[in-house]
Design a protein around this ligand. Structure first.
Ligand code: NAI
Length: 331
């Protein structure tokens, strides 16, 4: 069995090398992203293992199928980057890692909130330079604040438990009914109500046609003045340029992003030697109340180990003709 891992980093090599795999498997770690011009590297590999910023559109899938690939094993929970209809038509099975660590992402959302609120990043730099003043470091108590969570799945619910533990009032918006509201003292409310009442809003829903640009200029205007917005979901949940006006006017008080609409050509790579070509991102990075991390919500030892072992199990099950964690196109 020949398996090629696109967009692989040293930490992927480490976590995949640490899991036991059946005899005869050959893993090839490829740093290149999967694109139309790199898909040829997969010729002869039955399994292509791809990450979130790999291109799995129809033209790329056609090349993979022509080269002998039969299984696409996503190393992610999100699957907005694959054309499932095209995969099915080409006879490609698609599997994913539905849950590797909801804690990793939920705790990263908390890290963004804590840093933005208590400005520990500024204090870190200041005290190292011998400046022990407190100017500009005033935060707010999280206790008693209302946190609006959009998407009450595994990560949203884990995040809710963390925030409830800090004494926050939890509001959820999710089109599906949520079962464990009572244990959290939480309420499920319409989206408009969540936007109007929340001091902090955190996005944990998948990216699809219904959620694309869910947060836009009109919805930003509906929020409380000075609201904190956190996105660890997917970049295109937000109409990013709309954030700039909201930040300039003070309507948006704090912004924490782990994902960015145009991240595919930027994140996970070092561009520090070159001028940043993305003017929207450059503008966002200039606001003192904006914190951007480069899609690192998943990056814990536990999550990486779970991604590797679930991917191994997914491939074993597919080999045995009993696929698990399979993705099929919506009917
Ligand atoms: P999940 O499938 O357990 O939960 C998603 C929830 O969103 C479900 O309850 C669903 O009903 C809800 N939802 C669907 N449509 C919605 C809508 N229009 N409005 C509000 N809610 C809606 O997914 P999970 O595991 O909680 O992950 C959520 C997202 O987090 C993933 O789709 C992925 O994009 C992102 N993610 C980000 C990571 C990072 O490193 N920053 C790592 C892992 C996931």
């Amino acid at each position: 069995m020949r398996i090629i891992l696109f967009s692989s980093k040293p930490y992927d090599q480490q976590s995949f090398s640490a899991v036991e795999v059946p005899d005869g498997w050959r893993l090839s770690f490829q740093e290149a992203h999967l694109r139309e011009d790199s898909a040829g590297l997969a010729a002869g590999y039955q399994v292509v293992c791809a990450f979130i910023n790999d291109d799995l559109s129809a033209p790329v899938l056609r090349q993979l199928a022509a080269g002998g690939t039969r299984l696409i094993a996503l190393r992610s929970a999100g699957y907005n980057h694959i054309d499932l209809h095209a995969a099915q038509a080409l006879g490609l099975t698609v599997v994913r890692v539905p849950a590797y660590s909801p804690h990793a992402v939920a705790e990263h959302a908390l890290a963004l909130i804590m840093t933005l609120n208590r400005r520990t990043h500024r204090a870190f730099n200041r005290t190292r330079e011998g400046d022990f003043t407190l100017r500009g470091l005033i935060g707010f108590d999280l206790h008693g604040k209302t946190v609006g969570i959009i998407g009450a799945g595994q990560i949203g619910l884990t995040f809710a438990r963390i925030m409830a533990g800090l004494g926050c009032q939890i509001l959820f918006y999710d089109p599906k009914p949520i079962s464990d509201l009572a244990s959290l003292g939480a309420q499920q409310v319409p989206l408009d109500e969540l936007l109007e009442r929340s001091h902090i809003i955190s996005l944990h829903c998948p990216l699809n046609s219904a959620t694309h640009h869910l947060i836009n200029a009109a919805r930003l205007r509906q929020m409380r003045r000075g609201v904190m917005l956190i996105n660890t979901g997917r970049g295109a949940l937000i109409d990013t340029p709309a954030l700039i006006g909201a930040l300039k006017s003070g309507q948006l008080g704090y912004l924490g992003l782990d994902v960015y609409e145009e991240e595919a050509e930027l994140f996970f790579e070092d561009h520090s030697e070159h001028p940043l070509q993305d003017d929207v991102l450059a503008r966002l990075l200039n606001f003192p109340n904006v914190l951007i991390t480069a899609h690192q919500g998943f990056l814990t030892h536990e999550a990486l180990a779970a991604i590797a072992s679930t991917t191994r199990d997914n491939i074993v099950a597919w080999q045995a003709d009993a696929p698990i964690n399979q993705l099929l196109p919506a009917a």
